[in-house]
Design a protein around this ligand. Structure first.
Ligand code: AR6
Length: 315
């Protein structure tokens, strides 16, 4: 999946490159910088000494040494000084130059910490918005998988005000529907036919067929659709070329969101893959909340799912 938020320690990530939130000296420091240097060993510092530092908003690359990652991309985010000193532009540039460097070194997978959001004091919610927006914009023209690594739980919890509405929606529906479970079963939805011919005649449009029809009806291109669904090209090609493809729930949901389907049509599409919107599932209720509010931004949906510890949408 092209953009994935994960809770992890970035030094443990098996990716082509991890990004370090460094300072202009590139000679180490606290926070994630300290953790990366400790895990990579002294050779990392030795290579950093040869680089001559790095300007804020720029990036430089080194080997990963003892890290599981092949490379470390060192970037310098801005120090937060209230937001009127070009902090946002510099932070965008830190992400962008790091991504460009990763692509120039043929990296397929890159992991970022939330740059500037620790010692440098950038407000975490704004730092996250800049990170997601910049990465998503870059992924429009590049095929790579980017992990956004959130380290401390406190940085991202459902206690945040912006999730209060979703929490209330969830509370109402989650409890309400557990007394009255709405389960869906393919088998019980239709009578079982006798002959095979009859069975085939009764077969509805498959997931893949319905998906491709809806893409056409909306005048979307395949690329627009899989990017909007936060899916990778290969997965989408599999779905396109196999009319019997059975997507995972997360993939089916992501495509329903990408198509901006209203709730009844989203249900219909999911049904072709054997899934229902269940009120016994927090994740389904959260997606339903966004659809009900006509917010089809998969990255915002994933942020909310992430905050509520639910599986994210995508491949
Ligand atoms: N894995 C992933 N994220 C981490 C880890 C880790 N192991 N450790 C911390 N974070 P910071 P900055 C998160 O302070 O704000 C250094 O001294 C942390 O929770 O590391 O860009 C440099 O040398 C926070 O959300 O970087 C510079 O002087 C995020 O990483 C200065 O700090 C960034 O926090 C840079 O400050």
């Amino acid at each position: 999946m092209p953009l994935r938020m994960v809770r992890n320690d970035i030094t443990t990530m098996r990716v082509d490159a991890i990004v370090n939130a460094a300072n202009e000296s590139l000679l180490g420091g606290g926070g994630v910088d300290g953790a990366i240097h400790r895990a990579a060993g002294p050779q990392l510092l030795a290579e950093c000494r040869t680089l001559g530092g790095c300007r804020t908003g720029q990036a430089k690359i080194t080997g990963g040494y003892r890290l599981p990652a092949r490379y470390v991309i060192h970037t310098v985010g801005p120090v937060w000084r209230g937001g009127r000193y070009g902090e946002k532009e510099l932070l965008v540039s830190a992400y962008r130059t790091s991504l460009e460097l990763a692509v120039a070194h043929d990296c397929q997978t890159v992991a970022f910490p939330l740059i500037s959001s620790g010692v440098y004091g950038y407000p975490k919610d704004q730092a996250l918005n800049v990170a997601v927006d910049t990465i998503v914009a870059f992924l429009q023209d590049h095929e790579l998988t980017v992990y956004l690594v959130i380290f401390d739980r406190a940085a991202y919890t459902i206690g945040e005000k912006r999730f209060a509405d979703i929490a209330a929606y969830l509370d109402a529906r989650y409890t309400q529907d557990r007394q009255e479970p709405t389960s869906f079963s393919m088998a019980s939805a239709q009578s079982v036919p006798d002959g095979l011919n009859e069975a085939l005649a009764m077969m509805d449009e498959s997931f893949s067929q319905m998906l491709l029809r809806k893409i056409d009806e909306r005048g979307m291109t395949d690329v627009q659709c899989y990017k909007k669904a936060n899916l990778d090209r290969r997965l989408f090609s599999k779905i396109r070329s196999d009319i019997h493809y059975r997507p995972s729930r997360a993939t089916a949901m992501a495509l329903a969101v990408a198509l901006e389907l209203p709730l009844d049509e989203a249900r219909e599409l999911l049904q072709t893959a054997g899934f229902a919107f269940s009120h016994a599932s927090k994740s389904d209720i959260i997606v339903e909340y966004f659809i009900a509010h006509q917010n089809y931004n998969i990255f915002e949906i994933n942020e909310a799912l992430f905050a509520f510890d639910q599986e994210l949408l995508g491949g």
